[in-house]
Write a protein that binds this ligand. Structure first.
Ligand SMILES: C[S@@+](CC[C@H](N)C(=O)[O-])C[C@H]1O[C@@H](n2cnc3c(N)ncnc32)[C@H](O)[C@@H]1O
Length: 213
């Protein structure tokens, strides 16, 4: 993970997400090289697009919700699926979860989560295992901004519903419902934050948390 960690550090700055002033994370802003690059650039380098370099609206909404309602994670085993920067996992760990697992299939996300966990003084288990279809009896499962491709979104939401049937509490974060199921989601809270950042500008005005029921 050494070279991935170096890449993350070289391409990020210390940033406080607008909705989550409790945290400082290594993320990209307009001054960082990855901000201006195209998907083709990363494809040529043979690395995935750096989703880990941003605190997405869904991640910020879920992290905010966790900090404001720590009882939903306190003393529990928590999975943050598709963790990216680790924002949701870190919020859960800081809010009293006993065991936090951050999963992301991208090895650069794995490095970013490790850097950000250390920066915020929390212990998180990080894995690149693809958990879709797997049930490890997590008490609470979070999935923020992971439903951006139609087919994958269907697989993910079907799996999340099955976790609810087995007794897990499952929360989804995102800016909008596209690719989310029409039924079986209960709206929990919606945040609306004006920001100056180009990336956050559209999404953070519509950052939401849903519970899978
Ligand atoms: C848009 S980012 C959201 C990151 C973070 N949850 C947030 O809200 O800031 C989506 C993340 O999901 C990860 N991902 C996609 N498919 C995955 C899978 N099957 N298992 C784990 N992570 C996955 C991607 O690598 C990416 O880091």
């Amino acid at each position: 993970m050494t070279s991935q960690k170096a890449f993350v550090r070289e391409n990020t700055a210390t940033i406080t997400p607008s909705l989550v002033p409790e945290l400082q994370l290594n993320l990209a802003n307009e001054t960082c090289p990855v901000w201006l690059q195209t998907p083709e650039h990363f494809s040529k380098l043979g690395i995935p697009e750096p989703f880990w370099a941003f605190a997405w609206a869904g991640g910020q909404a879920l992290a905010r919700y966790i900090f404001d309602n720590p009882e939903i994670v306190y003393g529990q085993t928590v999975l943050d699926f598709g963790s990216g920067s680790g924002i949701v996992a870190i919020a859960a760990a800081k809010s009293g979860a006993t065991h936090v697992i951050a999963s992301d299939i991208d090895e650069y996300a794995e490095a970013a989560i490790a850097i950000n966990a250390e920066k915020n003084n929390v212990n998180i288990e990080i894995t690149r295992e693809n958990f879709i279809g797997i049930d490890k009896n997590w008490t609470t499962v979070f999935a923020a901004d992971v439903c951006y491709e139609k087919n994958t979104a269907l697989m993910i939401t079907t799996w999340l519903k099955s976790l609810v049937s087995s007794g897990s509490k499952v929360f989804i974060g995102g800016p909008r419902r596209i690719y989310l199921p029409k039924n079986g989601l209960e709206s929990v809270i919606r945040y609306s934050k004006e920001t100056v950042s180009r990336l956050e500008d559209t999404d953070l005005r519509n950052a939401q948390v849903w519970r899978v029921v």
